[in-house]
Design a protein around this ligand. Sequence first.
Ligand code: NAD
Length: 478
Amino acid sequence: MKDRYLDFVNSPFGTSIARSLGLPRPEALRRHRADRAEFGGIAAIGAGPSPARFDDLMAVLSAIGMTSVAHESASGWLPVAARHGAMSGRFEPRARDSLASDRVEALIFDATGIAQSSQLHALYAFFHDALRSLAKNGRIVVLARPGATSTSMAGVAAATAQHALEGMVRSLGKEARNGITSNLLRVADDASFESALRFFLSPRSAYVSGQVVTIDAPSADPQSWTKPLAGQRALVTGAARGIGAAIAATLAEHGAIVTGLDVDAARDALDQTMLSIEDASPSGGAHAALVADIATPEAPAEIAAALVASGGIDIVVHNAGITRDKTIARMTDEMWDSVIDINLLAQERIDEVLLGQNVLRDDGRIVAISSIGGIAGNRGQTNYATSKAGVIGRVRALAPLLRERGVTINAVAPGFIETQMTARMPFGVREAGRRLNSMGQGGLPVDVAETVAWLASPGSAGITGNVVRVCGQSLIGA
Ligand code: NAD
């Protein structure tokens, strides 16, 4: 469904009306486009004491073609840049009235060495000086350490300061506006963050803000960063329309061969979706439509048989989901049972077979679609929120058990996404869902799809048991 307010306030006429009436003007988000460079411009670098990841950060910036300038908090950056043969200069804070052309595209802060709360001042110094210099649709990324069990008082102090970063990063996202996103990457010493940094610096993460992602194991680089899923086979449930159709199309665009699954009633739509994917990302007819109802007991075996016949599977995306809304006193047994069954139990049944029979290959990826309803709860959605919270619980509990096989499992929790599901909402609820987030607008199915594709990438092997919200930093459940 079209967001007419967003279109209006970003039109030449609407812009001046909005300005004169003092109306909020959500930024038109810059999303990925094949005909536009994914990265570019300048990143301003800041740091706390003893930053541990400058070399890795420099290597990623060089690989994606971004130049850098160092804030005074990051005095060690210039020698690192020189060692890498990269151009870098000093960051000059932008005067209030200076021209738009001296903006930077990203603010990146290495907080890995922060071990006491008094050292958090370095974040204040950097963002105080630099936030005004960040361009519209710019990116804020803070690198930090994963949470650890403390065995000493020094460890407690470090854990305290590292956790404090979450409040900083989330507040920056709310303050920055203008389509700017702000995210925190907690990276273990032996883990690579290239896959995550590329995602969070790119337009592919346009609607992902205020998130904390933990990367706690090493990963190999994909053969190609432009087609990271080349040669991989993916299953997407609920692929006929909405978010599932976008996930199927995006995985194919990233190089995967996709099997899209949906119910018999959606057969025509599913065929259409898979045909259009074949047109956009040709696979020589290898993309396939699979008709199955995941609510039936025989579905897991049918799905496994179809996947084995087509050569096994590397990526499973549990996307199919339903809502049957009523307050609990009015909710029927059937409304409760069908939602829990399709949104949660079906994922358990399918994974049991795909993992138990090794249909999902080692180093595979499972991405389960949850919802911010599962984090915040929702009036009239006890069944839905229970099922979606269950998805998160399952991802967290299963992740450690799958590590030995190199399989990762993560949840993606969309906020308000423009689909047929949300088009059916009453006007007031729909408008609240759209506006009550840092972007002032709803997300698009492709925003969820890009997040799934990033988590499914070989470069994301170190990311497991995470929940990533695609909600424009919704105020609900934040
Ligand atoms: P949608 O209703 O547009 O599409 C869901 C698809 O799943 C449909 O094609 C449907 O036929 C299929 N499906 C339903 N039951 C099935 C079954 N038993 N077997 C096989 N396929 C089945 O929904 P959407 O908005 O695209 O949502 C996709 C996922 O994202 C869902 O899990 C939903 O809960 C979640 N989500 C959506 C939003 C949003 O704003 N749209 C927000 C949060 C979470």
